[in-house]
Ligand binder design. Sequence first.
Ligand code: C2E
Ligand code: MG
Ligand code: MG
Length: 386
Amino acid sequence: MTISASEIRQALENDEFVFFYQPKVSFLSGRISGAEALIRWCRGDGDVHVPHTFMPVAEASGMVPEITRHMFPRLLEDFQRIRGQQGQEGLAFNISGSDLDAPNLVALIRESISDGRLDAAHLELEITESTAVEENDVIARSLTGLLAAGVQLCMDDYGTGFSSLATLNRLPFSTLKMDQSFVMRLMRSPKSATLIKTSIAMAQLLGIKTVVEGIESQQVYEALLHYGCTEGQGYWISRPLPLGEYLDLLNSDRHWPASPVGMLRMAEISHSWQFKLVTDTVFTYLKQGERPDSAAELLHVDHQACALGEWYYGPGQALAGGSDFERLELPHRMMHEVCGEIFTAMGNNQGTDVLAPLLERLSERSCQMSSSLHRLETHLLLSELG
Ligand code: C2E
Ligand code: MG
Ligand code: MG
C-alpha cells in the first residue's frame, strides 16, 4: 500500500501518531534501564503502521520536522508518566537530519528543559551516522546547542555508515548502538562476534556506553552477557509496547539474566591499556628526551578516577568482601603512586637508571592486579554455572 504525504498530514491533524516504547535492559542488573520511543501510526481502521511504511514519504516531502514538532509534547507527557512510575529511566528518541536542519527541535528541547518539563540528562537523542556525518553548518550548530543543553547523544546503527570512526572522533557521543545486522549474525559468524567485541572495547576506551539491539533469542542474549556492553535491546527482551503496556512491564518487576563479568572484563581492558600507555610514554621520553604534554593527564590520575577505579569503587563494590576483589586494591593504588614517581622523575630529567626500576615496579604491580582480575573472572563464571 502506498501512502501519500496528504494522508500523513491528515493523520497528524487526527492525532493518529503515538510512541511505542521498547525497553533496554542493563546487562549488569538485568533490569530495565530505559526505553527507546518508536513512532507508530495507529490508523482509524485499527491498523498499526511501522515507520518504514511512512517515514520515507514524510522524509521525501520534508514533513519530518513537522511530525517531530507535533510528537515532542507527547513524548514529554509520556516521559512524565514513565518517570512517575520508576524514577531514573532514560528515554531515547530518534531524530533525523532534517530535524537538525530545521531550528525548531533545538528550541523545543531547550524550552522544555528551562520550564522544568524535561530533565536533559535523561533524554538521549539517537542519530544515525549518516546524519551525523553531514558536515552542514546548521546541523553542527543544532548538535552543539543540544549538547550544551545537556542532552545525551547516541550513534544509532553503528557500523553501517562509511565514516563511523571520523564521526565518533568529531562529536561527543555518549552511547554507541551497534547495528542489528552484526547481532543477527552473531551465532553464525565469528567475524561479526569479533566486530561487536572490538567495538565494545573501543567504546570502553573512549568512555562511551554501548547498546546492542536486535537480540531475538535467549542464546544471543546470553552470548552477549559477558561481552561488556552496557545494555541490550531486542524482541527477546520485549517488542516495542504501547505506553500502558510498557508501564505495566516497569511495574511487573520482570528481570532478565545479568552478570558482573562483562564489566569486569572492560575494567581489565582499561587497566592493560593504561599500563601500555604509561610504558609507551616513558619509552618515548627516554628515546627523545622530552616529556610529552599528554603525560600529565595520563600519569596524574587519581586511583579512584581511572576507568578501573571507577569500576572498583563504583559497581564493582557489589563484589566487595571476596578475596580476589579485595586483593586488587593495594597493587592498583601502588601503581598510581609509581605513576606519580615516574612523572616527577621525567620532570627532573632523570634517565634510564631511575626510570627502569620504576617501570619494573609498575610491571610487578600490574601482574599482581591482572592475576587477581583473571581469578575473579574465573570464580564469577564458575559461580554462574551454579
Ligand atoms: P532504529 O532507531 O534503529 O530502531 C530499531 C528498530 O528495530 C525498530 O524498528 C525496532 O522495532 C526494531 N527492533 C527492535 N528489536 C528488534 C529485534 O530484536 N529484531 C528485529 N528484527 N527488529 C528489532 P521500527 O520501530 O520499525 O523503527 C525503524 C526505524 O524508524 C528506527 O530505527 C528509526 O530510525 C526510525 N524511527 C522510529 N521512530 C522514529 C521517530 O520518532 N522519529 C524519527 N525521525 N525516526 C524514527
Ligand atoms: Mg534508534
Ligand atoms: Mg538502530
